[in-house]
Design a binder for this molecule. Sequence first.
Ligand SMILES: [Zn+2]
Length: 144
Amino acid sequence: MARKKKIEYHSYTEGTVRYMSCMVCGNYERVGESAIGVKCSNCIMKTMMNQYPLEDKSYKPTGRPAGWHWMTEFVDKDGKVFHKGKEQPKLKGTLKPTKVTPPKKTKRRTKEEMLVAQYNKKKAALKKAVKKQKDFLNHELGDK
Ligand SMILES: [Zn+2]
């Protein structure tokens, strides 16, 4: 009997579901009928991670403020000049670095302050509504 040379990954069916051995780690993975080779989700994940490393691994803080590339002119610490995010090599070192001011920390309101503000807002809205109603009534009465 002639043996097939084609590599076939081991598979088996359970009811109507076909499982095939992962070509990397050997774990069984649910596959379609036509599958001839499969990578399990773990191995796919691993491949993905290698191809697209997580952001925090490749992320290097530039020290530039958020939105610096929208600025008409931004001068980096090392003297690089950018106009709307585009480096202007000719201008390098001719300008003072743009001062980066850290964003102001907004004072956190306490829960109570927030409730008071909410209450005042409601009160103002209510007052307005009442006034509107009164105006309407006055108008109606005045007409007659
Ligand atoms: Zn695998």
